[in-house]
Design a protein around this ligand. Structure first.
Ligand code: ZN
Length: 199
């Protein structure tokens, strides 16, 4: 994380750690958010003051019901955005960084709409396949069009669904029909579900 983590980032991280390990230690939070432990301690005090968590001797930090509720919402929001970006074919390297940037600016209405869009695309593999095909065509046109497209654009075209390459990391071969798209959609569903399970 290149920017300074916000209170939401901390709460999200603490919620995830507690869910995964049963506890959240300052050192683990500091490592996950790439900050100094003293910053974590400071934020813990803030979160304690706002009654999102309670410090307990020997057990570390325990989230209050209020903290759990918000923590879960933050983790779910992250998962939805991540799934959305993957689904529409954003390169993996951009997904994490972009979600970190987007998540704090997305309001409940936008999130709800995106969540439905994700569901809509996954519900019928043909929908996703159609979009991927459409996008691949656009990418191809952009790639052929300007020399200024550069390496990035070319890479995108290569990774595009239309390429029909078996090694395409998204697993969604739009051109190959519904079977491939289904597999891709299922895979994505798995990722999302896993994240939610961790939440
Ligand atoms: Zn996040």
């Amino acid at each position: 994380m290149t920017r300074t983590p916000s209170m939401e980032d901390y709460l999200e991280q603490i919620f995830t750690l507690i869910k995964e390990k049963g506890y959240a230690r300052v050192a683990d939070i500091a490592e996950a958010l790439e900050v100094h432990p003293s910053s974590v301690t400071k934020m813990i005090q803030k979160l304690d003051k706002s009654e999102y968590l309670k410090y307990e001797k020997y057990r570390g930090f325990v989230l209050t019901p209020k903290g759990k509720k918000l923590g879960k919402r933050l983790v779910d929001r992250h998962a939805i955005l991540e799934e959305f970006l993957r689904l529409i074919g954003v390169p993996e390297g951009d997904v994490v960084a972009d979600v970190e940037g987007m998540e704090h600016h997305v309001g409940p209405e936008t999130l709800s709409a995106l969540s439905d869009l994700v569901q809509f695309l996954k519900e019928d593999p043909k929908r996703l396949a159609a979009f991927r095909e459409f996008r691949a065509r656009n990418e191809e046109e952009r790639g052929e069009g300007g020399a200024e497209g550069g390496a990035g654009a070319e890479t995108d075209v290569d990774d595009g669904p239309g390429a029909g390459r078996p090694e395409a990391d998204d697993g969604i071969g739009a051109a190959s029909g519904s079977a491939g798209a289904q597999a891709g959609a299922d895979q994505r569903g798995g990722v999302g579900a896993g994240e939610r399970a961790n939440a």
